[in-house]
Design a protein around this ligand. Structure first.
Ligand code: SAH
Length: 482
């Protein structure tokens, strides 16, 4: 199994810095792996072209000794696994080019962050679904794709082409994106993963799919094959993928469709007439949580952590937990929003990654939860799951939900009557729709509910942001619970 990566850029030997493998080192560098070994060498080092090769040798004996070798009696002994690009190659990529895959380059950081004229050639792949699937996987990412079929038997041309192809991809792309695409898509193309697929694989898929998979037209196929069609995992991956904040435009590499999407929840308010509406909204939520007597609070869909920062200095709150599906938002919360807080305040805060439509025991037993400008990001068909996860299982005493008031969209300049305030909004509720939803949820889960207005309020169309405060019934008040 041979993968070559060619950089056509001066000085081409920079590829060595990007891959953290020195082209001047004589001979091949060898990397032992559990199932064989990988070697890296440079067949070509010129001033304007440099090619690095990863040669993977899978040890067939070690494959046979693995548990669950195959179903046909000879399958463990006679198979194509040592020869085609598969999940073995992905494991090797991560082991050998891990720093490049993570986008790190000590000596050429600017180059690692820049799109470069790169080509990758993989000999050979077996494309389940044929060349058509292969193209559907790689072309949306912006590559020029070339496919070279191989005859089943060179001495019998009448037998036609075999199932194996040599694949070549070209594009102006960051090396890390090229490696991430190969890491995820080669096993998807091959569709025969060599190891047990568990929760960990979802995390890997999301990590290496960051910035491109959410918008890939074949994301369902990719997630399904990558996770070996294990439905709960596939559903989880897709939910988290779609719940994830839009990637920053720069990370899209070749996918121009991703550029220009706003990762900043604040930016979606750019059109709103009053600057600072978001702050006003958060201040109102802060007040409501305080008035409710809450001490341990959840901020569900905390984004970059602005509400957490606002709550932290308030001595009434002793424990504050921010939850979001987006690791990127959580990292921003940790590194940007919360980092300047005094240690004693930061110590009260915990950040958890999680999807709001799944039951999560870590979220049980809190006094209050804030869900600020989040429900409208959930697909309508996931709402019921979200409602149960929050009101039935996590069941905080107080829940504050805020969401845009669609009736007030008329006040927003530049927003057409059928338009939503942000591209990631799945819906926006009118006041009547929100009230009906809140009333139904309250009665189903045994909560009382009242409504609040947040921000500027128009006599006719109401406030820009509408809110509901739910209070659990049939439960002793918080002081008795302690
Ligand atoms: N509450 C924050 C952020 C609002 S933007 C604020 O007011 O500033 C919506 C946030 O919800 C995003 O950070 C997004 O990642 C998160 N989110 C959307 N769907 C989610 C889901 N299903 N599970 C967890 N978080 C989700």
């Amino acid at each position: 199994m041979l993968l070559t990566i060619t950089l056509a850029h001066q000085p081409a030997a920079d590829l060595g810095f990007l891959l953290h493998k020195n082209p001047a080192r004589p001979g091949a560098q060898t990397f032992p792996l559990a199932f064989g070994q990988a070697r890296v060498f440079y067949p070509e080092v010129g001033t304007d072209r440099c090619t690095a090769a990863l040669l993977l040798e899978v040890d067939p004996i070690r494959l046979v000794r693995r548990p669950g070798g195959g179903d046909a009696p000879l399958a463990p002994y006679v198979n194509d696994r040592p020869y085609v690009a598969s999940s073995f190659l992905s494991v090797a990529l991560a082991a050998v080019f891990g720093s490049a895959l993570a986008g790190r380059s000590g000596e050429r950081p600017a180059l690692a962050a820049a799109p470069l004229p790169l080509a990758a050639r993989v000999a050979v792949v077996r494309a389940r679904g044929g060349e058509e699937v292969l193209r559907r996987l790689f072309q949306p990412l912006g590559y020029a794709v070339a496919v070279e079929p191989h005859p089943l038997d060179p001495t019998r041309p009448d037998w036609g082409a075999g199932p194996y192809l040599t694949l070549e991809l070209r594009g102006d792309i960051r090396l890390r994106d090229l490696l991430a695409h190969l890491y995820v898509l080669l096993p998807v193309l091959d569709d025969e993963k060599h190891y047990w697929v568990g929760d960990d694989e979802v995390a890997k898929l999301l990590r290496h799919g960051a910035g491109w998979l959410a918008d890939h037209p074949e994301r369902e196929l990719i997630a399904s094959r990558y996770l070996k069609r294990r439905r709960p995992l596939v559903a989880d991956a897709l939910a988290r993928l779609l719940a994830d904040a839009p990637p920053d435009a720069g990370s899209a590499g070749l996918a121009p469709a991703l550029a220009g999407r706003s990762p900043d929840p604040d930016q979606e308010r750019a059109d709103e007439p009053r600057p600072g509406l978001h702050d006003l909204r958060l201040a109102t939520v802060h007040g409501l949580l305080g008035d409710a007597g809450a001490r341990r609070v959840l901020d569900l869909g905390c984004g970059e952590g602005k509400l957490l920062r606002l709550l932290a200095p308030d001595p009434r709150f002793t424990e504050i937990v921010g939850v979001d599906a987006s690791t990127r938002s959580l990292a921003l919360a940790r590194d940007r929003t919360l980092a300047p807080l005094p240690e004693a305040q930061r110590a009260k805060i915990r950040l958890l990654q999680g999807a709001l439509s799944y039951r999560d025991r870590r979220l049980e037993g809190f006094d209050a939860a804030a869900v600020v400008e989040v429900v409208e990001h959930l697909d309508p068909w996931r709402l019921a799951a979200f409602e149960r996860a929050l009101f039935e299982f996590a069941r905080p005493v107080t829940v504050v939900v805020t969401t845009p008031n669609r009736d007030a969209n008329a006040l927003l300049p530049g927003l057409g009557p059928a338009e939503l305030r942000h591209r990631d909004h799945r819906f926006e509720w009118t006041r009547a729709e929100f009230r009906a939803w809140a009333a139904a949820v309250a009665s189903r889960f045994d909560y009382g509910v009242g409504s609040v207005a947040l921000g500027f309020e128009d006599d006719e169309v109401g406030p820009l942001t509408q809110g509901a405060v739910f209070t659990a019934l049939g439960r002793a008040n918080k002081d008795d619970r302690r």
